[in-house]
Design a protein around this ligand. Structure first.
Ligand SMILES: [Zn+2]
Ligand SMILES: [Zn+2]
Length: 316
């Protein structure tokens, strides 16, 4: 299967045009196209016509929008083999969902799988019409830890805690390509998990782990997202062949260059490194420094695409 990263950023665009924090300044100054990130969203293509779309971002910010994604990739056929999976109801993951109404017509509704509580939030956000009156999306509530067959994919959702009740029903996914015998795991947004062992309960190896790393160091007073530092025990436990990190942006640590009154920035508790990575290149360097120091993680040093960027496609 191929994973295409439609977006790899945090809850806002990165750099944020209204933000003068050290991170946004560094991203604007870098001249590196990989430092322009839209909301995290993945398209996974199997060997046939099957396609999984995980989250839609706020598609108004995505390059070309949902319409051009559907048309650019496969023309009309993509809507036939497409299954939409939603990790949770935050606007940076579902904000663009209304666009399906103008893109998908002609009686083909797209099967849409999410936790029941996520569907409840979508209704509160007035997106319920998409599922009604012969709607363009077909509502399919997910039961945790059950396996669903979508064409050649087996998909198993697992529960994560992304600061419930702020994000009720947040999930990650174990995704198998049945014909290729490959597995990827995507955590979605998460701060912690009650039972990380559910991910590897059948002892099949993970070929690729796609994990949220919203921040580099663990931050004091922020318990709603995952940091690279706090992700390390999960990597050790799940032991994936390859690793890719998503959801980076400026919602990160207060640096010495920052105005201390920036309310969304916090200080690190016990930093892995003193210098906080701000750009794609700095993140690559920082992650490598940590892997060099830990013999169990050294094998990831041979991988050049640990830090993802918008438009990146990888084979699993
Ligand atoms: Zn998010
Ligand atoms: Zn979120």
């Amino acid at each position: 299967m191929d994973v295409k990263y439609l977006g790899t950023g945090h809850a806002y665009e990165a750099p944020n045009s209204n933000c003068e924090c050290d991170t946004c300044d560094a991203q604007r100054a870098s001249g590196d196209p990989r430092d322009r990130r839209t909301n995290t969203s993945l398209a996974i293509k199997g060997v046939g016509e099957d396609y999984l779309l995980i989250d839609v971002g706020d598609f108004k910010m995505q390059q070309g929008g949902l319409r051009s994604f559907l048309e650019r990739e496969e023309g009309e056929s993509i809507a036939k083999g497409l299954t939409l999976l939603l990790t949770h109801s935050h606007p940076d993951h579902v904000g663009g969902i209304g666009e399906f109404d103008s893109v998908v017509r002609g009686g083909n509704s797209i099967p849409t799988y999410a936790h029941e509580l996520c569907f409840g939030r979508l209704e509160e956000m007035d997106f319920g019409f998409l599922f009604k009156f012969g709607g363009v999306l077909e509502r399919q509530p997910l039961r945790m830890n059950e396996t669903y067959r979508f064409g050649e994919f087996d998909v198993r959702p697992f529960k994560v805690d992304h600061r419930s009740p702020i994000a009720p029903g947040a999930v990650g996914f174990v995704i198998d390509s049945v014909s290729e015998g490959k597995r990827l795991v995507y955590t979605g947004d998460f701060a912690t998990m009650e039972d990380p062992s559910v991910v590897t309960r059948d002892n099949k190896p993970i070929n690729l782990l796609i994990a949220e790393a919203n921040w580099f160091n663990q931050l004091d007073g922020r318990k709603d997202h995952m940091s690279f530092q706090e992700l390390l025990p999960y990597i050790g436990r799940w032991n994936p062949d390859r690793l890719q990190l998503v959801h980076q942006g400026a919602d990160d640590e207060l640096t010495s260059e920052d105005d201390a009154s920036l309310v969304f920035k916090k200080r690190a508790v016990n930093p892995l490194l003193d210098r906080v990575p701000r750009t794609h290149r700095e993140w690559e360097g920082a992650v490598r420094k940590v892997f060099l120091k830990d013999s169990s993680l050294k094998r990831y040093l041979s991988q050049e695409d640990i830090i993802t960027y918008d438009g990146l496609t990888v084979g699993v």
